[in-house]
Design a binder for this molecule. Structure first.
Ligand code: GLV
Ligand code: GLV
Length: 321
């Protein structure tokens, strides 16, 4: 059987695949060009991909009847046309759980670096000798303490709930947490409170988006949403760039409608270096590295490899979407 792998993966993982299949590898750390993917996938039995590869009808058409499984090295599956896969009997594998802790921790990091202006402070320190006067300087006045502030997560389904849950535990010592979701067990087990979306926007000092991207979350953080937030609010996004209307966010940040934003996800990815968001001091942008710890990325890759092998050998995948 033959499989396509769309990125250089660690050699341990590649060796496991090489032992079983003929592997057509895109041997690069860059995103595989779409035309290359479309031609490589012809008559292949399996695909190991990343969230930067759009697996749509055209790609699946090019694959033809042999394709049995798409295994993505990600927990999000919004880049894969799931209904087309279902129609063709193609199984989808993904990587939940192994990245939960790393991603939740990263959200805490973005929250702190944004709210406490760590990145901005670093840049200021490089630019000027006078920043040791920070504490007396209005321009660099620090913002709210994270302690005792309300903290909110937008959580909406079973995969992202795990990240949300761990995140709640990580920040429990900082703050009260509110969830946008109704679930009694959560409320009792995590000592959190639930809020409606408008209340959440109005009352939170920090809003962390960790939902999955779908029709109901497409662009929910828009002009209207930012207007309802406090002027001192910090918005963090570890979900998908698509949950935010980025023009509206730029507008809100540049006109101080909200205080700041920390974004690990953007539209597009990578965000072009001349993007207006990069000109803002109150916006921290990272290149989708929420799960990018050595241990986590290795576990994600091994799980994705295992998913692909099981699917092609007709055994249950450890994590079938
Ligand atoms: C990261 O965003 C993932 O979906 O794994
Ligand atoms: C991802 O969100 C997970 O919890 O697995």
């Amino acid at each position: 059987m033959e499989v396509v792998v769309t990125r250089n993966i660690p050699s341990a993982a590649l060796n496991v695949l090489n032992k079983r299949f003929k592997v057509d590898l895109w041997q690069s750390d860059d995103i595989i060009p779409r035309e290359t993917l479309i031609s490589k996938i012809k008559a292949k039995d399996g695909l190991l991909c990343l969230l930067t590869d759009k697996i749509d009808k055209e790609v699946l058409d090019s694959a033809g009847d042999r394709l049995q499984a798409v295994s993505t090295i990600s927990v999000g599956v919004d880049h894969i046309n799931r209904s087309e896969c279902t129609m063709r009997g193609i199984k989808i594998g993904y990587t939940p759980e192994v990245l939960t802790a790393a991603t939740a921790e990263f959200a805490v990091g973005l929250l702190l670096s944004t709210s406490r202006r760590i990145v901005e402070g670093t840049h200021a320190a490089k630019r000027s000798n006078s920043v040791c006067f920070f504490i007396l300087c209005q321009k660099y006045k620090v913002t709210n303490d994270v302690t005792a502030c309300v903290l909110v997560l937008l959580v909406d389904d079973k995969t992202t709930d795990r990240v949300g849950t761990i995140l709640i535990l990580r920040i429990a010592n900082f703050s009260h947490s509110y969830f946008f979701k109704k679930d009694k067990a959560f409320e009792e087990n995590l000592w959190v409170h639930f809020a409606s979306f408008p209340d959440l926007l109005r009352e939170s000092d920090f809003i962390i988006s960790c939902c999955s991207f779908n029709q109901s979350t497409d662009g929910v953080f828009d002009k209207e949403a930012f207007k309802q937030m406090k002027n001192s609010a910090i918005f963090v996004n570890i979900a998908r760039g698509g949950v935010v209307n980025q023009d509206d966010l730029y507008d809100a940040l540049s006109r101080n409608v909200i205080r700041g934003a920390g974004l690990d996800v953007t539209t597009p990815e990578p965000l072009p270096t001349d993007h207006p968001l990069f000109t803002l001091d109150n916006c921290v942008v990272t290149p989708h590295i929420g799960s990018a710890s050595e241990k986590t990325r290795t576990e994600m890759t091994m799980l994705a490899v295992e998913n692909l092998i099981c699917a092609l050998e007709n055994r249950a995948m450890p994590a079938q979407y």
